[in-house]
Ligand binder design. Structure first.
Ligand SMILES: [Zn+2]
Ligand SMILES: [Zn+2]
Length: 146
C-alpha cells in the first residue's frame, strides 16, 4: 500500500509540476503574441509601435488594455483612403485650391503640366503663350485660332 501511495504521489506531483510549467508556458506565449499583435496593430494605425510594444512587455495585460483604449481609432490606410475620397469630392465640387486631375496634388491655375506627374493640364497659346484649356478652339486673349 505504501508503495502504491508513493507512486500515486509521484505522479500527482509530476503532473502538477507539468501543468504549472504548461500554464507558465501558455502565459509567456500569450504575452509574446500580445506584444507582437500590439506592435503590428500600432504600426498599421500609425501609433508609436515600439513604444506600445514596450508598454505591453512591461505591463502585460494592463498595458494591452491601456493600448486598446488609447490607440488611434482607424488604420492609416483607411485614413489615407478617406482623405483621398474627400479631396476627389472637393475637386468634383470645384472647392478648395486647384488640384491635378490625375494625381490630386495642388497645382496653380496657369500650370501647363503637372509638376508631380507630368499630366498635361493646359496648352500654351502659339501666339501669346498664355495658358489655355485643352478643349478651347480659340485663344481668348489674342483671338488666335488653335
Ligand atoms: Zn499630377
Ligand atoms: Zn493667345
Amino acid at each position: 500500500m505504501d508503495l502504491l501511495a508513493s507512486v500515486i504521489k509521484f505522479f500527482e506531483s509530476g503532473l502538477f509540476r507539468l501543468s504549472i510549467r504548461l500554464f507558465f508556458l501558455f502565459i509567456v506565449v500569450l504575452w509574446a503574441s500580445l506584444i507582437y499583435w500590439t506592435y503590428r496593430d500600432a504600426e498599421k494605425r500609425g501609433a508609436l509601435a515600439l513604444y506600445w510594444a514596450a508598454v505591453v512587455f512591461v505591463f502585460n495585460f494592463f498595458g494591452w488594455a491601456v493600448y486598446l483604449i488609447l490607440r488611434p481609432p482607424e488604420y492609416l490606410d483607411d485614413a489615407r483612403d478617406r482623405e483621398l475620397e474627400i479631396r476627389t469630392k472637393e475637386v468634383l465640387l470645384g472647392k478648395g485650391s486647384l488640384t491635378c486631375p490625375a494625381c490630386l496634388k495642388p497645382v496653380e491655375g496657369d500650370f501647363l503640366i503637372c509638376p508631380y506627374c507630368r499630366k498635361t493640364l493646359k496648352k500654351s497659346c502659339p501666339s501669346c503663350n498664355r495658358p489655355l484649356e485643352t478643349g478651347w478652339i480659340i485663344c481668348p486673349y489674342c483671338k488666335t485660332a488653335l
